[in-house]
Write a new protein. Structure first.
Lengths: 394, 300
């Protein structure tokens, strides 16, 4: 003991090899450790201890040994006790293995197991996990569809989950891919995109459950959701156009309906007008006839009373009215069938310039007016006038 | 005495080491084989290999060793391979196998306990079977109708092979059957054409319906108008008839006077225009006094 101390003292302050001064660090901790280890060595190696000290074998010493061992053992035991404690959360379950062999399953709460003999593994059996799978796949009619599916699942049997299958979650993912592709493979594209969606969802679920049942993966499918089923990006445009075409169909039809809505009432209106016109015509014609006959009926008694006078008067009135309103050419040739020319077109155009001289000549009855008729045998009486004053002269 | 104590301590230490070495545990999900000089130890009575289930077990240290095997369900993922179908078209197929060790001694003997070796053997078998099954079928059959039966026969064939390796095949599943990318392009093209067809069909249907609606509307409009015209004509006819009746009733009282009366009123109406030109001989009754005012009662 003293030898060690002496050596220590000699070495103090100087490096034993180089002789240079050491950094002056307080060696207390080191010292304590050294003392402790020395004692330990002394205890465990009695031979050396005897040689060195000769203080071995005393009851005091033995007592010390017991205390130290007891202390260490108690400490280790306490640590071991503490190590055995574990808490299972409210939604969890723990599997307990004894020497690797399954013994029991424990629920939520604090538990204790003898470590090294037993071990435990804990898993949440309430938490719902989600796995999404999205991919393009072939449909029954050899089209390609892009489908996204979400699986919700939870652990239902921790024992199976841990000890029956390697990588249960990955297994679920593989099974999902397989089931989905199988179901889509027997469904047509139209069906996947439209009405068959729910059916696809259910079939995938059934398929998946039957696969998992075979694996005993300890997982429970709580929900299968078909998140989207759509045409691949590459053909999206054409699909959108097809949808638009359906709307176009409706639109064109509606436009036609609008046209029909317009045409039919118009036709009805037209019909109404035709009927109304006809009714009006009928009334008009009848009334007209009545009017005409009324005049006639009024005249009839007068005529019957004095036929010749009435007849002459009526005739003269009518003729006066006729001649008053028209141009007249009086051809005063009796019994002649000579050809003569009347410039009708000129007469038509001559509105205001009245041929007074011609009319005068006509009155005299011996004037030739047609230069283009050199035979000169014809006498014309032309009276082209719309002038009442002129006429008044006759 | 002191030497005795030391010896005792050494003995105890050695003993505990030996005990520790002779003890071993097998965890759930595992099974263990007892080996002696790398050979399977056989039970003398039954002649069967000793297989340890999960739990604490004892062996002879140093002489005997223990090999533990994962007996849980394992997955062999077979990555995409190009497989030719009956119509000589390629498809890309992914599949996976679920297997587990069923006969541990046999498995150990055949594969040396090496799971990779086992998987290589399985993969070869699956690939062979896949090619055989796909070669018999068209793409349509592979995708739609026969998928389940392909998997079933793969299962069967692989299982037969696996039994010889001490393995159990729980499931062989085809995951993906896809067309190669160059064929996919053609599929997209077809899908696009198909959609275009649908689109134009819809539009044509729309136009057809619209045309029908328009035609019906026009027809009914025409009919309405025609009916109205017919009715109108009838009504007009009635009017004419009634008017004629009124006239006839009146005029039949003196037809002679009627003829005269009607004539002169017609003259008045007809020669109503300034541009009308009358070329006359002065020998009508109107001009009776035109040339000879003295004459009495000219006979004309």
């Amino acid at each position: 003991m003293s030898k060690w101390n002496i050596q220590r003292k000699e070495g103090n302050g100087q490096d034993p090899w180089t002789g240079k001064p050491r950094p002056q660090k307080p060696p207390e901790l080191e010292e304590i450790f050294r003392n402790f280890s020395r004692r330990l060595i002394a205890l465990l190696m009695p031979m050396k201890g005897t040689a060195n000290t000769g203080g071995r074998g005393t009851p005091e010493h033995k007592h010390m040994v017991v205390i130290i061992f007891g202390f260490i053992a108690t400490l280790l035991f306490l640590i071991w006790l503490l190590m055995g404690l574990f808490i299972v959360g409210p939604a969890e379950k723990a599997v307990i293995l004894r020497f690797g062999r399954y013994v029991s399953m424990v629920g939520p709460g604090p538990h204790w197991i003898p470590r090294f003999i037993e071990s435990s593994e804990t898993v949440n059996i309430q938490k719902v996990s989600t796995y999404s799978y999205e991919s393009q796949m072939l449909t029954k009619d050899a089209n390609i569809v892009s489908v996204a599916l979400a699986i919700q699942y939870r652990v239902i049997d921790p024992k199976e989950f841990f000890y029956n299958i390697v990588a249960p979650r990955e297994s679920l993912q593989q099974a999902t891919a397989s089931a989905l592709r199988q179901v889509i493979g027997r469904t047509s594209l139209d069906s996947v995109l439209t009405l068959g969606r729910d059916q696809v969802r259910q079939e995938v679920r059934v398929e998946l459950e039957s696969i998992l049942a075979r694996y005993h993966a300890g997982l429970l499918i709580t929900d299968v959701a078909l998140q989207s089923a759509k045409a691949p990006e590459e053909v999206k445009e054409a699909f959108d156009d097809a949808i638009k075409a359906q709307e176009d169909e409706q639109k064109i039809e509606n436009q036609a309906q609008a046209y029909a809505m317009q045409v039919e009432p118009t036709a009805k209106g037209q019909a109404q007008r035709l009927l109304a016109d006809a009714q009006a015509y009928k009334q008009q014609v009848v009334l007209q006839a009545k009017g005409e006959t009324a005049q006639y009926m009024a005249m009839l008694p007068q005529y019957q009373a004095a036929p010749t006078i009435t007849r002459t008067r009526l005739y003269m009135d009518a003729m006066q009215s006729v001649f008053q309103h028209t141009r007249k050419v009086l051809v005063n040739i009796a019994g002649s069938n000579n050809v003569f020319y009347i410039p009708l077109d000129k007469m038509m155009n001559r509105e205001n310039s009245s041929e007074v001289s011609a009319s005068n000549n006509a009155l005299s009855g011996d004037s030739k007016i047609d230069a283009s008729n050199p035979s000169g045998a014809n006498t014309l009486n032309l009276n082209s006038s719309n002038d009442k004053n002129n006429q008044g002269g006759y | 005495m002191r030497t005795l104590k030391i010896n005792l301590i050494i003995l105890i230490t050695l003993l505990s080491i030996t005990i520790l070495l002779s003890l071993f545990t097998v965890t759930e999900g595992q099974q263990a084989l007892l080996l002696q000089l790398d050979k399977i130890v056989v039970q003398s009575k039954t002649g069967k290999a000793i297989i340890y289930k999960p739990g604490l077990h004892i062996r002879v240290p140093f002489l005997q060793s223990v090999r533990k095997f994962d007996t849980r369900l394992q997955t062999l993922d077979i990555q995409s391979s190009r497989i030719v179908t009956a119509e000589k078209k390629d498809v890309i197929v992914d599949c996976y196998v679920k297997w587990r060790i069923s006969d541990l001694p046999l498995y150990f003997t055949r594969t040396g306990g090496n799971s990779q070796e086992a998987e290589i053997l399985l993969e070869q078998q699956i690939n062979d079977s896949l090619r055989a099954e796909f070669g018999k079928r068209t793409i349509a059959e592979v995708i739609a109708d026969d998928r389940a039966s392909i998997m079933e026969s793969l299962n069967k064939q692989t299982n037969a092979k696996a039994q010889g390796l001490g393995l159990d095949i729980i499931d062989v599943r085809v995951k993906r059957i896809d067309l190669p990318s160059e064929v996919s392009a053609a599929v997209y093209e077809r899908m696009r054409a198909e959609r275009e067809r649908v689109a134009s069909e819809h539009r044509a249907q729309g136009r057809a319906k619209a045309e029908a609606i328009r035609a019906n509307a026009d027809a009914s409009a025409t009919i309405t108008v025609a009916t109205a015209k017919a009715d109108a004509a009838r009504i007009r006819g009635e009017g004419d008839a009634e008017a004629a009746k009124v006239s006839t009733d009146a005029y039949s009282k003196d037809p002679n006077f009627y003829a005269f009366f009607k004539s002169i009123s017609a003259y008045k109406q007809v020669f109503d225009e300034k541009n009308d030109v009358l070329v006359l001989k002065p020998d009508s009754q109107f001009f009776k006094y035109f040339n000879n005012p003295q004459e009495q009662a000219a006979s004309k």
